[in-house]
Design a protein around this ligand. Structure first.
Ligand SMILES: [Zn+2]
Length: 493
């Protein structure tokens, strides 16, 4: 029997603001869409957290036995610098600044995105469609919305008519905004704007002669509005109404609100049953922003090359750190928080490694079955990973007591514990084994050995500048050299 039949999942639905019993449209199957990255720069750690939350959700749904079709797109066109449909396309701008083709920008940062996600041990989505690969589908939706009278064409661009839409549908239901308030609070249209009203948003933008990313359309050469691609790709692969749509909190408005409006305007159907929003990651208590320098890239954490860090941290440790907060809570990253997570991560992995060697006996002091259900209860309660981790540490405590001989466990309980910990740690939380952070340890040994030899040569040549440089730079990377009678040894902290 599939686990989902006995484990009843509840999900916080942003659309209703309530925690609801999850019921998929087709029993045993789930369609899930998550807004992917705009590939014009290296993936941001905050974005990694959002994607990681949905990776964990994908993993847990699969663990429960659901067949999940998980679609996460790549935005490679249409995302403008300014949310009010003005300004340049982010990818075209980068291409212009670097004097390369837009598709080179897309390729470079798509590769970076995949590399980082792989280091974090993400499962690949079932489908990863691109906006440029779905221009025809986007044009079809625009035609449909125009036919229904919820859009208008001006001067080669097509805009969604929010006021008209609001006469029959509720615009603002996801973000809890009222159209009247939006009208009073939005800035005036600029003189050159073609929109009837500032709330309207672009479905299709006319391409000026200098705009490099352009496609033919019934309204002339242009490019799709950013919100449209997600409507086109989600409904193409998951149907007009599907189960779960996720994304970062910052996408709720206008992006997701516009997705709902586009879908409802084109076919009258509400596109998504459960909207899930992941919260942001702050750095040392402040919002991360490239402009203020309060920013860190995933690669800088793995190498330790950022002034806020005292040392490098393995991807699995960063993942464990992120899983220690609920996906809907703000999480603050700092050197101290990572150090604490690293300790916890090793404690958990050590206990898991010791579990196999525990001596069993005729009775258990640890009710493993009850503990296992508590782990499921935590995950069934809107994917509460911090509570799950607290339960995992309860198991760690018992494992250590059994190892010391102060408690005992039966063989059946030990096997159940092993199997459950394996599922929760690796399958659900997606943490890699302890060996993961030392996966290149053979190569590391050889490289450090070579550096020790070079340092010895430098010392015998009285080139103390070089020998000190080797020792100090290794130390900065967390590799300590120790000179003893038997020669030089090293340790990795
Ligand atoms: Zn989207």
């Amino acid at each position: 029997m599939q686990l989902y039949k006995e484990q009843k999942l509840k999900i916080t639905n942003s659309l209703t603001g309530k925690k609801e019993r999850f019921k998929p449209i087709n029993e045993g199957h789930i369609g899930m869409y998550v807004c992917g990255p705009t590939v014009y720069s290296n993936v941001h750690l905050g974005n990694c957290r959002t994607f990681m939350s949905f990776d964990m959700i994908f993993r847990y749904l699969r663990h429960l036995g659901y067949k999940v079709r998980f679609v996460r797109n790549i935005t490679d066109a249409g995302h403008l610098v300014d949310d009010a449909d003005e300004g340049e396309d982010k990818i075209a701008k980068k291409a212009r600044l670097e004097k390369i083709e837009p598709m080179e920008v897309v390729q470079r940062y798509t590769v970076d995105f995949h590399k980082i996600l792989e280091q974090f041990n993400f499962l690949p989505p079932s489908i990863e469609p691109t906006a440029t690969g779905h221009i025809i589908e986007q044009l079809e939706i625009i035609k449909e919305i125009l036919n229904k009278g919820y859009a208008y064409e001006v001067n080669g661009s097509v805009y969604f008519d929010v006021k008209k839409f609001s006469e029959s549908f509720e615009y603002g239901k996801l973000s809890g905004r009222k159209l009247e308030d939006m009208i009073t609070n939005t800035r005036e249209l600029t003189a050159q704007s073609d929109k009837k009203s500032p709330q309207d948003f672009a479905l299709w933008k006319k391409a000026e002669p200098q705009h490099i990313m352009r496609w033919p359309s019934p309204w002339g050469d242009g490019f799709p509005g950013w919100h449209l691609e997600c409507t086109a790709m989600s409904t193409k692969y998951l149907g007009d109404t599907f189960d779960i749509h996720g994304g970062g909190m910052d996408l709720k408005f206008p992006h997701h609100e516009c997705e709902i409006a586009q879908a409802e305007a084109s076919n009258g159907l509400s596109p998504v049953n459960y909207w899930l929003h992941a919260n942001m990651l702050t750095l040392n208590g402040k919002k991360m922003a490239k402009s203020t320098g309060n920013n860190i890239l995933p690669g800088e954490i793995f190498s330790g090359e950022n002034p806020i860090l005292s040392k490098p941290f393995a991807p699995a440790v960063v993942r464990f750190f992120m899983m220690q907060a609920h996906y809907t809570s703000i999480l603050d990253l700092s050197n101290d928080a990572l150090l604490a997570s690293e300790k916890g991560y090793h404690r958990l992995m050590d206990a898991f490694d010791n579990l196999g060697d525990l001596v069993t006996s005729g009775k258990s002091d640890f009710n493993v079955q009850e503990w296992q259900q508590k782990c499921y209860d935590a995950m069934n309660d809107d994917f509460n990973t911090p509570t799950l981790i607290a339960h995992l540490f309860e198991a760690v405590k018992h494992i250590n007591l059994i190892k010391e001989g102060s408690e005992s466990i039966t063989l059946a309980d030990k096997e159940l514990l092993q199997q459950s910990m394996n599922s929760f740690i690796f399958d659900v939380l997606g943490l890699e084994g302890k060996s993961a952070d030392y996966q290149d340890s053979d190569k590391l040994q050889a490289v450090v050995q070579l550096l020790i030899e070079l340092r010895n040569e430098a010392r015998s040549n009285k080139d103390f500048n070089t020998s000190d440089k080797i020792r100090d730079q290794l130390s900065a990377m967390g590799i300590q050299l120790k000179d003893g009678k038997e020669g030089t040894t090293f340790s990795v902290s």
